[in-house]
Design a protein around this ligand. Sequence first.
Ligand SMILES: NC(=O)c1ccc[n+]([C@@H]2O[C@H](COP(=O)([O-])OP(=O)(O)OC[C@H]3O[C@@H](n4cnc5c(N)ncnc54)[C@H](OP(=O)(O)O)[C@@H]3O)[C@@H](O)[C@H]2O)c1
Length: 244
Amino acid sequence: MTKTVGFIGSGMIGGTVARLAVAAGLEVVLSNSRGPETIADLVAELGEHARAATPTEAAQAGDMVVAAIPLLAYQQLPADALAGKVVMDTMNYYPQRDGDIAELDADELTSSELVQRHLAGSRIVKVFNNIGFNQLLNLARPAGAPDRSALPIAGDDEAAKAHVTELLDTIGYDAVDVGTLADSWRFGPNTPVYTQPYFGEQPDGLSRDEALRWMFQTPGVPVPAHRVKELTETAVRARAGGSF
Ligand SMILES: NC(=O)c1ccc[n+]([C@@H]2O[C@H](COP(=O)([O-])OP(=O)(O)OC[C@H]3O[C@@H](n4cnc5c(N)ncnc54)[C@H](OP(=O)(O)O)[C@@H]3O)[C@@H](O)[C@H]2O)c1
């Protein structure tokens, strides 16, 4: 059973998973690019079950590790320290932010296969990439709740996916196994299960700024496992990269 979750990247999505993990009684070790002292506020908010560290220390400390950084920095993930670990890949490909990555543009690889190639000694599971951070925080529910949501997962290692399924259950979500890392495009940008179902219907007539504000603030709507399954099974492969 996972007791400590390490975080490489402690921003919107990493910080949110950390909040859910601490609320579920787990220990978290947080890291970012600028140094442990710059995460002091988040650590203070999370309390005695959280501490700040370097990426290498967070990788070593975690029974499982969340990689929640912009994809452009994936080669900076500490491969040696992450060897042997289950690494949860939240990352999405946004060329405007990450630059053009030819293998992804050509659909030769999914972004998680790229990360797996860099972290050859780790077991990557793609998860937490298809839901906005605020909806992730708000839609967590205890096991058995009628309005519990599910998140899709994908990975090449069955045992690693079982660990992630257990972690999701602990922090408030059901898991839907979509297949291997090669299948993970089924819940990447430009697919039906990517963020929109968890946002719910956006009000009509919003300006671009208002729409963005709404997306950050709306608590979201539950998306049950059968709906995630249906949306991922019927997905059609489209352009790999998202756009802001
Ligand atoms: N925001 C969402 O709702 C959401 C939802 C699902 C998936 N995602 C995906 O998850 C990933 C993270 O997104 P985010 O929105 O959480 O980004 P964010 O708020 O900008 O946070 C990024 C975090 O990564 C850290 N970081 C950047 N480069 C690093 C490096 N080389 N080593 C260690 N840490 C590094 C940053 O630290 P510093 O601040 O110190 O640089 C920061 O803590 C992206 O790939 C995004 O597409 C985001």
